[in-house]
Design a protein around this ligand. Structure first.
Ligand code: SF4
Length: 311
């Protein structure tokens, strides 16, 4: 039987990641190195290492940014406390690479807070996006990681003003299930006007669902700390197709390919296409010479750069 590769489409970079990386690159072009970036601008080792080689310095704490430097916030967003601390320092310029779809959730949560809602956030503890979003407000905000957390909430069932927001890169199906349970627990629960889970997360998960019907295994290109990449791997395995999350083609173990005719390949929203090309070349060594693409939707989203960096 012919061995083949099926490429998911859409896969890889989303509009928010494209924009965030372009902000760092254009800032390096315009101002020269070093450029300071709070947290990995996107969660991908290849991207971060390349930017480090060009002179980007990744830091976690604003205190580590020297006076008069250029600072960029990562695509995941930052809590208000970080913005305040940055403003109190004598920095030359600050660029905000927060994805506009994360910023949309920030606006939403601030509006809810202003209207005295108790806010629930579905997301992963410690993820910078969750810290950034929860850090937009002070007061009554609770993190829900799993359905089990719902029972632990110290809130009355008939609470009048209660609302939920979510991290943008979660499992669409799991989040729906948590929201359904929350609605059952709190009848007055207010949902976001439009989905917080972003188009790129949704589209890449839909593509994996289609791939799982025809592939024997799935290779997901993405870093271990990439939330949306991890969700692609989990989804595939939930659908009964063994999946492997790798940064680079060299991590592919030939034992994974035993009795495998069809290898599905996808990439998380922060993984560049060059890594997909590397995986294809690597698989060709094992006679996977037929390459098909499975397109589930076409993406056209583009986010504008800050005006100072447009050329
Ligand atoms: S995954 Fe979604 S929220 Fe995150 S940067 Fe991409 S478009 Fe924005």
């Amino acid at each position: 039987m012919t061995k083949k590769i099926i490429l998911a489409n859409p896969r890889g970079f989303c509009a928010g990641v494209d924009r965030a990386i372009a902000i760092v690159e254009k800032a390096l072009d315009k101002y020269g190195a070093p450029i300071y970036v709070r947290h990995e601008v996107v969660h991908n080792k290849y991207v971060v290492d390349n930017l480090k080689n060009r002179g980007a310095i990744f830091i976690e704490e604003i205190k580590d940014v020297p006076e008069n430097s250029i600072l960029i916030y990562s695509a995941h967003g930052v809590p208000l406390s970080v913005r305040e601390e940055s403003k109190s320092k004598n920095l030359k310029v600050i660029f905000d690479a927060t994805c506009p779809l994360v910023s949309k959730v920030h606006v939403e949560i601030k509006n809810l807070h202003r209207q005295n809602y108790t806010i629930l956030m579905i997301g992963h503890k410690g993820h910078p996006e969750v810290e950034g979003t929860m850090g937009q407000v002070s007061g009554d905000i609770y993190l829900i990681e799993t359905e089990a957390d719902i029972a632990k909430l110290p809130l009355a069932r008939d609470i009048a003003k209660i609302a939920v927001v979510t991290q943008t890169t979660l499992s669409v199906d799991e989040t729906k299930s948590i929201v359904d349970n929350l609605k059952a627990a709190y009848p007055n629960l207010r949902l976001p006007k439009t989905e917080d889970i972003c188009y790129a997360t949704q589209n890449r998960q839909d593509a994996v669902k289609a791939m799982a019907k025809i592939c024997d295994i799935l290779i997901v290109i993405g870093s271990k700390n990439s939330s949306n990449s991890n969700r692609l791997k989990e989804l595939s395995e939930h659908l009964g197709v063994k999946a492997y999350l790798i940064d680079f083609a060299t991590e592919i173990n030939k034992d994974w390919l035993n009795n495998v005719n069809c290898v599905g390949v996808t990439a998380g929203a922060s993984a560049p296409e060059v890594l997909v090309e590397g995986v294809i070349e690597h698989l060709k060594k094992y006679d996977y010479n037929t390459i098909d693409t499975l397109t589930t939707v076409k993406e056209h989203m583009i986010f504008a750069l800050p005006s100072e960096l447009r050329t």
